[in-house]
Design a protein around this ligand. Structure first.
Ligand code: HEM
Length: 366
């Protein structure tokens, strides 16, 4: 594998490895997995590229994430790795579950998990925030979202921070895919009111989902919603650990919770970048890239673009976010909370129960 990956180079002074390239051409021509890949770095460029799905496509199983994931899954992730217009149908199919975080019962259930983790943490002399707090919170909240039996969350907690790779980045194999297949078999044998049973019964375009599609939905639910959430929770707690005044100030201003959350997603950029595939030969940043090569949308760089975010290296918990790209009307979502600019569809994260965050923030001892 090429060692040109910009994420594996020494971090320059100021902590922003993309600043120079972003402010000159807006594109960094680099390599991943031995292939030339242009990284789109500016906020404007990332937004424009994300919208231009005909030229920069997500219709590429296992190749939307960079590095690609052929060594960890065989299934296409739905609805991520599908372009419009089919993307719309794949999204609508799963939305009833992803809309559950608006449900007051789900909010109360997640709050109870947060409360119990905080109380448990306060009873100990020390708390290791990744394993004793963030991972249990992520896994138990996912069990609530999917309506899985609580015991399932205990297993998910044991998986650690990543489901695909170990700490060295080596593949853990296809264990997640096998596990998801077992969940679907279990759902067929013992139907419950959970996501797994629902997937075995869902239809798309008037036909039942195939097993591959069912697995593809579950794959991103387990993989996409894990290290992102763990990274965010630990990042927020780390920030408040170092900036107690900010925590106390925010406690007085609950009206700022949503803006503060967006600012944390901007600064932490839990997904650093993601790919698009070129359906045909395309010029990107002044160079020609062949059909089937990939382009990276670098959220982490776009989120530090001074043209979109003045004083981008400062954490301003009352920062007003720039408007995202225009959305097709039936994707419009008044609850958008993430700072990742170039999404124009609602996202499970958009509805994170706000009171659970309140309880988390209100606790100054963690
Ligand atoms: C801090 C947490 C998270 C961040 C920063 C994040 C970020 C993102 C981004 C940037 C995309 C768009 C990728 C693209 O356009 O190619 C995406 C898509 C997606 N994420 Fe997340 N995510 C987070 C948590 C979650 C969670 C908790 C789940 C599920 C339980 C989830 C499931 C998905 C799905 C299903 C998609 C595809 C959506 C679509 O294509 O319409 N994510 N996420």
């Amino acid at each position: 594998m090429s060692n040109k990956c910009p994420f594996h180079q020494p971090v320059p002074e100021g902590g922003d490895p993309f600043k120079a390239a972003r402010e000159s051409t807006g594109v960094l021509h680099t390599e991943f997995q031995g292939r030339a890949v242009p990284m789109i770095l500016s906020h404007e460029g990332v937004v424009a590229t994300a919208k231009d799905w005909q030229r920069f496509s997500s219709d590429a199983p296992v190749r939307v994430p960079i590095p690609s994931e052929e060594d960890v899954r065989t299934v296409r992730q739905y609805p991520l790795e599908v372009d419009l217009p089919e993307h719309h149908d794949y999204r609508k199919t799963i939305e009833p579950f992803f809309n559950r975080p608006k449900d007051p019962q789900m909010i109360a259930a997640v709050e109870a998990v947060v409360d119990s983790l905080i109380d448990g943490g306060l009873a100990k002399p020390d708390l290791e925030i990744v394993h004793d707090f963030a991972i249990p919170l992520q896994s138990r909240a996912l069990a609530i979202l999917t309506n899985a039996p609580e015991g399932d969350a205990d297993l998910w907690i044991s998986w650690g921070t990543h489901v695909f790779r170990d700490k060295e980045g080596k593949s853990k194999g296809f264990f997640l895919e096998h596990y998801c297949a077992e969940l679907l078999d279990r759902a067929l044998e013992n139907p419950r009111d959970d996501l797994f049973t629902a997937l075995t019964r869902m239809e798309i375009q008037g036909r039942p989902l195939t097993r591959e599609e069912q697995l593809g939905y579950l794959n991103i639910v387990f993989a996409g919603g894990r290290d992102t959430i763990i990274h965010t929770i630990t990042g927020v707690i780390g920030f408040f650990g170092e900036h107690r005044d900010a925590l106390l100030g925010l406690r007085e201003r609950p009206d700022l919770f949503n803006l503060a959350s967006e600012e944390f997603f901007r600064v932490l950029s839990p997904i650093t970048h993601i790919g698009r595939v070129l359906p045909e030969e395309t010029e990107v940043g002044g160079r020609i890239y062949a059909e089937n090569e990939r382009v990276s949308l670098c959220w982490a760089s776009a989120n530090r673009d001074a043209k979109a975010f003045p004083d981008p290296d400062m954490v301003k918990l009352d920062r007003k976010m720039p408007r995202g790209p225009p959305r097709p009307p039936d994707y419009a979502n008044p609850h958008r909370k993430t700072g990742n600019p170039p999404r124009w569809h609602p996202h499970p994260l958009d509805e994170t129960p706000s009171r659970a965050r309140t309880r988390l923030r209100a606790n100054t001892r963690i």
